[in-house]
Design a protein. Structure first.
Length: 278
């Protein structure tokens, strides 16, 4: 299939976040919703962060006549609400969500797990639990894409679970300034170079909850992460047999060097066209 015609159709993306609002840009493609906080059955988002992230991955731009279209406007979205209206969550709910995905993800057609949230841990048990949870998903074949966090620019500021060696950790290419750039930087405590890749995260417009259907502007590595998840959905539509390790290698090969050190820019900035042509 021509690269320009790829939409991510048939590829499921799980979004662990504040929930999802049934925005017109998702056009019936919310194929699952699980609320780990209150047990509600119908999709909702009392914060807006999760809807924004989902819009970057798979909004089709319908409410904006195509102006604010996500990366993979044909993909399916499964929302796992693990964060409350303030954007806060507790470890118990996150771990429950990761275990639920491990048990149910494949039946729902989920290939990609987007985690635009993280925790700062000083080698504590919470970070270890998060890292264990995402690595178990990775070992099951899921492609786990996580944010580097917004605790930069100091070295060693990658948040968990982005500090996992296995998963794909995403920083913001326009938030890398050595004095003011908030994009998380490596190395991790285990001396792993992170992030893996960077992509824009500053002033990103995407879906917001409410009627009339609208959009919001947000910034941070939370906005960069879904761009990579969306690009992977396009690649999996093109070649559904690619493994998570193969996807990671293709991202590395298609990254554009920005001239920063490895622990700031990873392999470089994602070049979606080069990635999809590889």
């Amino acid at each position: 299939m021509e690269v320009s015609k790829l939409t991510g159709k048939g590829i499921g993306v799980a979004v662990l976040d504040t929930g999802i609002y049934p925005h017109i840009d998702f056009d019936g493609r919310i194929t699952g919703f699980r609320d780990f906080l209150q047990g509600k059955k119908q999709p909702y988002d009392d914060n807006g962060h999760g809807t924004h992230v989902a819009g970057i991955i798979g909004g089709n731009g319908k409410a904006s006549q195509g102006r604010y279209c996500g990366i993979a406007p044909g993909c399916s979205l499964v929302s796992l609400k693990i964060l409350d209206k303030r954007g806060n969550g507790n470890m118990k709910d996150v771990v429950k969500a990761l275990r639920w995905l491990k048990m149910n993800g494949k039946q729902l057609g989920i290939r990609i797990v987007n985690i635009s949230v993280g925790t700062v841990g000083k080698g504590d048990r919470n970070s270890a639990l998060l890292i264990q949870g995402v690595e178990e998903l990775w070992d099951e074949g899921f492609i786990v894409v996580t944010a580097a966090g917004n605790m930069g620019p100091e070295p060693g500021s990658i948040t968990a679970p982005g500090s996992s060696r296995k998963v794909i950790t995403v920083g913001s290419s326009d938030l890398l300034d050595p004095t003011a750039g908030i994009s998380g930087r490596g190395p991790t405590k285990e001396c792993v170079c992170k992030p893996d890749i960077v992509t824009p995260g500053l002033g990103i417009v995407a879906c917001s909850p409410g009627i009339p259907y609208g959009y919001a502007v947000k910034s941070g590595t939370s906005m960069s992460t879904p761009r990579v998840s969306g690009a992977i959905a396009l690649m999996l539509e093109k070649d559904p047999f690619l493994t998570n390790v193969e996807i990671k290698m293709l991202l590395k090969e298609a990254a554009r060097d920005l001239g920063y050190e490895r622990n700031r820019q990873g392999w470089g900035e994602l070049d979606i066209n080069a990635f999809l042509k590889s």
